[in-house]
Design a protein around this ligand. Structure first.
Ligand SMILES: Cc1cc2nc3c(=O)[nH]c(=O)nc-3n(C[C@H](O)[C@H](O)[C@H](O)COP(=O)(O)OP(=O)(O)OC[C@H]3O[C@@H](n4cnc5c(N)ncnc54)[C@H](O)[C@@H]3O)c2cc1C
Length: 444
């Protein structure tokens, strides 16, 4: 390792910032770490409410083809937790089935959309924003595409519900081209590897391990307000003081970057891309029950439905050093709600009980055995400004290229700057990119 490497500040200790810090530290850079909150992880946040109530308030699932996350876990000697094998219940207009026995009309629509999407992806360039001939797709909202290409109302609802859950917002807010770029990432999938795993002991423990591998301390409660670039140094103004470094890796979400003052100012292309980058309004509500009543109904707890709360799953994680020896998880269900419905619940005085009331319409046991619950509204969280980014109509061709553009000695990381937009995998991908940018810039 060379002692003459640059001093790099990493601001934002979510998955992206932590991974960037690891890579830079391993390569011999002197890293200085800052975080506005008083905890690690950002949108990875494992909550422990006692009585075995351990659950994820933010990012939770790892898809089987999220190789960066899986490899990093493996390098830490951690086994990802396989998802439960119960098929998801599907409820539409009072009729119930499950994912494995989907209604024929919905299944046919699903297959048709999948095969259309596969064919359309062959016209995309890499990266997606180079697909200049796909302007019409970029301007088409996904809901319109589905309305025009599904044949049954049930099929249209099914595809809408599934995709809203993945995108985190209502489908008029999602551009067809951006959706196709995401779809393309899954083309090599072997079988159903969506939501295949969770973090053993929770995502926060994973973040702690990332930090520990750097041996560095984080300055918590340091909120970046201003970046002054002049000459070969960069001056960072935090609410707690001023720091001078050689380079900055800025791993904070778009709404948070927008609040930072840059001198000289950010070029218009960077600024516009940040403003156009939309964050999904998604909330999570966790309910703690006296017992796992759903298991007695021979149901695993996972559901996609046309009720206002949209989706549920069983969310308890085991406490302790291993899944085999840890404290048994408490009976917990999570409901994950996206789009306008999320805003509507969050605006209510007591979203936990409001959603429980809706759940009890289909499962009366829910209100009979309810103990307590918690709501996590990521839109109101000023450090996040939403759950995760998505590609709005018109965004890919006009803006996506610029969101990750290096600006002098400032390098932008975070899931919103990646190809795996919205995912933990994307946060790690962005860390790899900024790491090579820093190395390259030092050589130049
Ligand atoms: C409800 C929910 C469910 C999700 N589900 C999944 C899932 O199942 N699978 C999946 O892969 N992904 C999921 N995600 C997305 C995933 O959590 C994120 O993509 C990922 O964690 C983002 O990491 P990041 O490092 O880019 O940003 P963040 O985690 O947001 O990290 C940014 C950090 O910067 C800090 N910060 C902000 N402003 C400042 C400032 N001015 N100064 C200093 N620090 C600042 C923040 O406090 C934060 O710690 C979900 C997210 C949510 C919210």
């Amino acid at each position: 390792m060379s002692g003459s490497k640059e001093v790099v500040a990493v601001v934002g200790m979510g998955a992206a910032g932590l991974r960037a810090a690891m890579l830079l530290h391993e390569a011999g850079y002197q890293v200085e770490l800052f975080e506005g909150r008083h905890r690690l992880g950002g949108r990875l946040h494992t909550v422990d409410e006692g009585e075995g109530c351990l659950f994820e308030a933010g990012g939770e699932w790892i898809d089987g083809d999220h190789h960066r996350v899986l490899n990093l876990l493996a390098s830490m000697g951690l086994e990802p937790l396989p998802a439960p094998v119960w098929p998801k219940t599907v409820i539409y207009q009072g009729k119930a089935t499950n994912e494995a026995e989907l209604w024929t009309d919905a299944f046919e629509d699903d297959l048709r959309i999948e095969s259309m999407a596969k064919e359309m992806t062959s016209e995309l360039a890499t990266p997606g924003w180079k697909s200049k001939t796909c302007l019409e797709w970029d301007n088409t909202p996904l809901d319109r595409f589905l309305a025009e290409n599904t044949r049954s109302m049930r099929g249209n609802w099914w595809l809408t519900a599934k995709n809203r859950s993945d995108e985190g917002d209502d489908l008029e807010k999602i551009g067809l081209l951006g959706w196709l770029c995401g779809f393309r990432m899954y083309l090599d999938r072997d079988g159903d590897v969506m939501s295949a795993y969770r973090f053993p002991q929770g995502a926060s423990a994973f973040c702690e391990m990332m930090l520990n591998s750097t041996g560095k301390e984080v300055q918590f409660g340091w909120c970046l307000e201003r970046v002054n670039q002049a000459g070969s140094q960069i001056e960072l103004v935090f609410d707690k003081g001023l720091v001078k470094v050689d380079r900055l890796v800025l791993a904070i979400p778009p709404r948070a970057v927008e609040r930072v003052i840059f001198e000289p100012p950010l070029p218009p292309s960077n600024r516009c891309s940040l403003e156009a980058c939309e964050m999904s309004p998604a909330i999570k509500i966790a309910w703690h029950f006296e017992e796992s009543w759903w298991l007695e109904k021979n149901w695993g707890g996972s559901m996609l439905c046309d009720l206002p709360f949209q989706q549920t799953w069983s969310s308890g994680l085991k406490e302790g050093s291993s899944q085999a020896s840890g404290v048994n998880p408490a009976p917990l269900l999570t409901t994950y709600i996206c789009g306008q419905a999320a805003r509507d619940y969050a605006a209510l005085g007591d979203p936990v009980r409001a959603a429980l009331y809706d759940l009890a319409k289909v499962h009366p046991e829910a209100s009979q055995t309810f103990k307590r619950g918690w709501c996590f509204d990521w839109v109101k969280d000023s450090f996040a400004g939403g759950a995760f980014s998505h590609l709005a109509p018109g965004y890919v061709l006009q803006h996506q290229e610029h969101i990750s553009s290096q600006f002098g000695r400032v390098h932008f990381a975070g899931e919103h700057t990646s190809e795996w937009v919205g995912f933990i995998e994307g946060a790690l991908e962005s860390a790899e990119r900024v790491f090579s940018e820093v190395q390259q810039s030092e050589l130049n």
